[in-house]
Design a protein around this ligand. Structure first.
Ligand code: A3P
Length: 296
């Protein structure tokens, strides 16, 4: 892992009109508000052992896992979780953030590539939950997020977006590098690698695994409340988690909880795109053994 993030910032154009919403820092595209200075400062950010980190490539089910962890931390008191906006309960370290008044255990969210996260994570070994989703559904979800995120460039063309996804040219960098790296770390005692598709298939099993990984107990009889609270429909109508209070995201156009399914990619990938993607996946992920379900 690099210990110093160089302050070299290169503006690159994503489209013909020019992109003023993102920039390249050390070869990784970031939103403008993720500055080189912030990433430099982050290299000195102190992690403590009881921090809980939810780490993902964007659109992999981050918010879903955040809410599960949050409710588990509150002893499954869902009413408590409903009282505060999710981003206030979590420190999103990809942008400048505040540490004052944050109680322990701190809940930390990040989409940053392995080279950009605080190196202290390696020594302190906080609990890291990495959520990973099949890249075809992730790409589709990310495409729609670019239509609603005011801090992101808009893509009119799905094909253009998919090309940038495959090239690792979207914000937070290369999906393949990020997911294969954390897959390779999955046997570390402080890392839990969770697949979105497994959450869809059997949420209670995943929640129990997360609770046991964190060393937190689920009070007797409380699991059903958590499962109901974290269901797609419930989260979609919960203003504390559905981004409707986020000024950067226009959820009037497209809800943040958009479809929440496995297999939506089939509505967007052409057969040729899907075959080409499979080939790219085979090449980039060769030898990793990381496989996904693309339908349930
Ligand atoms: P879709 O756009 O496919 O619907 P993130 O939080 O990482 O940005 O991921 C957002 C994706 O997770 C969205 O996918 C969203 O609908 C899905 N999601 C969020 N909460 C969910 C839930 N409770 N059940 C299923 N999917 C959920």
């Amino acid at each position: 892992m690099r210990s110093v993030v160089k302050a070299s910032v290169t503006k690159m154009s994503l489209d013909a009109e020019g992109d003023t919403k993102t920039h390249m820092i050390d070869g990784v595209r970031q939103p403008i508000a993720t500055t080189a200075k912030h990433l430099q400062d982050l290299q000195m950010f102190e992690i403590v052992e009881d921090d809980v980190v939810v780490m993902t490539s964007p659109k992999s089910g981050t918010t879903w896992m955040q809410e599960i962890v949050s409710v588990l931390m509150y002893g499954c008191d869902v009413e408590k979780a409903k009282q505060e906006y999710i981003e206030k309960r979590w420190m999103f370290i990809d942008f400048p953030f505040q540490t004052e008044g944050v109680s322990s255990p701190r809940l930390i969210k990040t989409h940053l590539n392995p080279q950009a996260i605080p190196p202290h994570i390696k020594e302190k070994k906080p609990k890291i939950i990495f959520v990973s989703r099949n890249p075809k559904d992730t790409a589709v979800s990310f495409f729609f997020f670019h239509k609603t995120g005011k801090h992101l460039p808009t893509y009119e063309s799905w094909t253009e977006f998919l090309n940038d996804f495959c090239a690792g040219n979207l914000i937070r960098g290369d999906w393949f590098a990020m997911n294969s790296y954390w897959w390779s770390q999955r046997n570390d005692k402080n890392v839990l690698f969770v697949k979105y598709e497994d959450m869809k298939r059997n949420l209670s099993e995943v929640v129990e695994k997360v609770a046991s990984f964190l060393g937190w107990t689920i009070p007797d009889g409380k699991l059903p409340e958590l499962l109901q609270h974290c269901s797609f429909e419930s989260m979609r109508s919960n203003n504390k988690v559905n981004s409707s209070e986020d000024p950067l995201i226009d959820t009037d156009k497209i809800p943040f909880m958009r479809k929440g399914t496995v297999g939506d990619w089939k509505n967007f990938f052409t057969v040729a795109q899907s075959e080409a993607f499979d080939q790219i996946y085979r090449e980039k992920m060769a030898g990793t053994g990381l496989e996904y379900d693309y339908e349930l």
